[in-house]
Design a binder for this molecule. Structure first.
Ligand code: FUB
Length: 474
C-alpha cells in the first residue's frame, strides 16, 4: 500500500491513533472524532488485517492451519475497485501471516477488472480457487485457479471462464459433500449452482437456478418490488451434521447476514434467520460471510468499514466466534472490536515471519521473489503487536533479520506499546533496503505468556525492512 499518509490501512492507523489524537486533544476540537477512534487504541483485534483494506473473507482449514483468502479494496476507492486477491494464515486465530497476493487479474488472460469475492478449496493434492471477475467483452464470469500450495502461486486452470451464465455470475462458494460430489453455488441477483466434476475444473449437467421463494429466503425489506427475496449475493455453502447451510448477505442494501438450511445439497431451502444485523457503527453497506470450525470453535468471518479511511469500498475483514444453538440454528452474532481469543501460543524460539501480525500501526508489507513477503515502510514510532507469545522459562536474546538504511532501534515491550521494556535492539545502517543481515541483542529475561510490541525507533523517513525474528534461550 503506497499512499501511507492518505489511507488507514497501514500508515494512517498510526496517524489517527497516535499523532492525530495528540493534535486533536491538544487543540481541544472535535471530541466526537476522538471518541470514534478509541477502539483502535486499546485492545482492538478487529479488523484482523490493518496493512491493506481486505474484503470478502473466505477461510479454509487445511491440516493444522487456517488459510484466509480475501479481496483487496484499493485505497480511496469509490467503487469495488479490486485488482488482486490476497492470502493470510494463522494457527492461533490472532496472529495473521501475510502471504501477499498469490492471485490477481493478471493471472487470467481473459480478465478485465473486478477481482471480487472467491473461495478456495483443497482436493486430491491441489488447491482450487474460484473467483469472479469481469471478463473482457463478456461481463461477470467465474474462473478457477489452481496451485499445489495453499499460498500459491496460482495459475489459471482452464484458460477461460468456468461459468458464464448471465450478468450476475459473482461470489462463488464451493463445497465437497461426504459422497465426493462437489457443488459450486454463486450469484447476484440470482442464486445458481452446478455439480463440479472430480477434476474441480469442469462440471456436468445444467446450471440450475435456485427458486428464491419466501419460504427459502424470506422477503426483502428494501426493493421488494424489484427482487423476490431477501437473498442478495455472497453465498457460503457448508454442511454441519446432516444439515446443509447457506449463509448470505441479505435484505437489500445495506446488507445484513442471514441463512437458510436444507436436508439436501440442492434444496429445497428453508429460511433460518438473520445471523448478523446491519453493522451500524463502522459498517460497510455490504457484508460477506465465511465460516469455519477450528480447534473446537466456530468462527464467522465478515467485513466492515471500520479502519480509518474505511467505508463501503474500503472494507476490512473481521472474525468473531459463536456457538450453534442445541438444535443447529445459528444465533444472532454480534460484531466485536475485541475479536477472538488465541487458541494456541506462539513459539518465539523458531524464526517468525515479521509479517505475522496481530495488530500494527504504521507499517506496510511488500514482497519480492528473493525474500518473499516482508515488513516495510517502517518509520519512527510505528509498531507491530504479536499476541500470546509463550516465553516459557525466559528469553535471553533476540535476533532480527533486517535490511537497513538508517541507524535505529527496535524496542521490545510487553503487553502494550509502552509496557515493560525488555530490550532495545540497536539496528545498524547496513546501507541498503535489500541488504539483509541478522542483528542480535540481549533482552531482560522474562517468562510466561505475553503480547509483544516491536516499537521502531530512529530518525526521519523509512528506517528499515524487517523480514523475520526470533528469541533465544541463551
Ligand atoms: O467485493 C465486491 C463485491 O462486494 C462482492 O462480490 C460482493 O459479495 C460484495 O461484498
Amino acid at each position: 500500500m503506497k499512499s501511507p499518509k492518505e489511507s488507514c490501512a497501514g500508515k494512517r492507523c498510526m496517524l489517527v491513533t497516535q499523532t492525530s489524537m495528540k493534535i486533536i486533544a491538544a487543540s481541544g476540537r472535535n471530541i466526537l472524532f476522538l471518541i470514534a477512534l478509541l477502539p483502535f487504541v486499546g485492545k482492538a483485534q478487529n479488523p484482523i488485517i490493518q496493512t491493506v483494506y481486505t474484503a470478502d473473507p473466505a477461510p479454509m482449514v487445511h491440516n493444522d492451519t487456517v488459510w484466509l483468502y480475501t479481496g483487496h479494496d484499493e485505497d480511496k476507492s469509490i467503487w469495488f475497485t479490486m485488482k488482486e486477491w490476497r492470502c493470510y494464515s494463522t494457527t492461533d486465530m490472532v496472529n495473521w501471516t501475510d502471504h501477499g497476493s498469490p492471485l490477481s487479474l493478471k493471472t487470467f488472460s481473459w480478465a478485465g477488472k473486478d477481482a471480487w469475492a472467491g473461495q478456495c478449496i483443497y482436493r486430491n493434492g491441489k488447491f482450487y480457487w474460484y473467483v469472479p471477475m469481469n471478463a473482457k467483452g463478456l461481463g461477470m464470469s467465474i474462473g478457477v485457479a489452481v496451485s499445489s500450495r495453499p499460498d500459491g502461486p496460482f495459475v489459471d486452470a482452464i484458460g477461460k471462464p468456468l461459468i458464464h451464465s448471465g450478468n450476475g455470475d459473482i461470489d462463488p462458494t464451493v463445497f465437497i459433500d461426504d459422497d465426493g460430489q462437489a457443488y459450486l453455488y454463486w450469484g447476484n441477483p440470482y442464486l445458481k449452482y452446478v455439480k463440479l466434476n472430480e477434476d474441480m475444473i469442469s462440471y456436468s449437467g445444467d446450471v440450475i437456478s435456485v427458486p428464491l421463494t419466501k419460504e427459502g429466503f424470506s422477503v426483502r425489506y428494501k426493493g421488494a418490488d424489484k427482487r423476490p427475496s431477501s437473498y442478495e449475493e455472497g453465498p457460503w455453502f457448508y454442511k454441519r451434521k446432516k444439515l446443509y447451510y447457506l449463509l448470505y448477505p441479505a435484505g437489500g442494501v445495506p446488507e445484513h447476514l442471514a441463512y437458510s438450511t436444507s436436508t439436501g445439497p440442492i434444496g429445497p431451502w428453508r429460511y433460518g434467520d438473520t445471523i448478523m444485523d446491519i453493522i451500524k457503527k463502522g459498517g460497510a453497506f455490504t457484508n460477506h460471510p465465511g465460516l469455519i470450525d477450528y480447534k473446537g470453535k466456530t468462527y464467522l468471518f465478515y467485513h466492515n468499514g471500520a479502519l480509518p479511511g474505511g467505508g463501503g469500498f474500503t472494507r476490512s475483514v473481521c472474525v468473531d466466534e459463536f456457538e450453534y444453538n442445541a438444535d443447529g440454528t445459528i444465533p444472532r452474532i454480534q460484531p466485536t472490536v475485541a475479536g477472538v481469543h488465541p487458541v494456541s501460543y506462539l513459539n518465539p524460539y523458531n524464526w517468525v515471519e515479521a509479517e505475522t501480525i496481530a495488530w500494527e500501526e504504521g507499517v506496510e508489507t511488500t514482497s519480492d521473489s528473493l525474500t518473499g513477503v516482508y515488513v516495510t515502510d517502517i518509520d519512527n514510532g510505528d509498531f507491530i503487536k504479536v499476541r500470546s507469545i509463550d516465553f516459557k522459562n525466559g528469553a535471553k536474546s533476540f535476533d532480527a533479520n533486517i535490511a537497513s538504511v538508517s541507524d535505529g532501534a527496535i524496542e521490545i515491550h510487553l503487553d502494550n506499546p509502552d509496557g515493560n521494556l525488555i530490550g532495545t535492539c540497536a539496528v545498524k545502517n547496513m546501507g541498503g533496503l535489500q541488504h539483509w543481515v541478522t542483528q542480535s541483542c540481549k533482552v531482560k529475561r522474562k517468562s510466561g505468556i505475553h503480547d509483544v510490541y516491536f516499537v521502531f525507533k530512529g530518525g526521519g523517513g523509512h528506517l528499515f525492512n524487517f523480514n523475520r525474528w526470533k528469541f533465544d534461550l541463551k
